[in-house]
Design a protein around this ligand. Structure first.
Ligand SMILES: [Zn+2]
Ligand SMILES: [Zn+2]
Length: 96
């Protein structure tokens, strides 16, 4: 499993600081999760913040949170891996 390039604290929920129980891939959907895994574009999360808590407080099924997740993923990609054009080629679109 690839290490996150977003945070070194892989036991702590990126969103709330409680112990992590799963990983959230910043970019997901349509086979993109696999690419995010390869690129390390993922963060540790607790189950509540990921997809089990109230919708307003979690990342999934929350339209704006999901959009911001992808934007953050792309911003980190562009900061550490490649250009916007590289991102667009690899992920099939740009979120920024
Ligand atoms: Zn959390
Ligand atoms: Zn997720």
């Amino acid at each position: 499993m690839r290490k996150s390039i977003v945070t070194d604290y892989d036991n702590i929920c990126f969103f709330c600081g409680r112990p992590a129980e799963c990983e959230h891939h910043l970019i997901f959907g349509r086979g993109r999760r696999k690419l995010a895994e390869e690129d390390g574009l993922k963060v540790p999360s607790c189950n509540n913040c990921h997809n089990m808590g109230q919708i307003i407080g979690r990342i999934h099924d929350n339209q704006m949170a999901e959009r911001l997740s992808k934007m953050l993923g792309q911003a980190i990609y562009e900061g550490k891996i490649g250009s916007r054009e590289d991102f667009r080629t690899r992920y099939g679109k740009s979120y920024l």
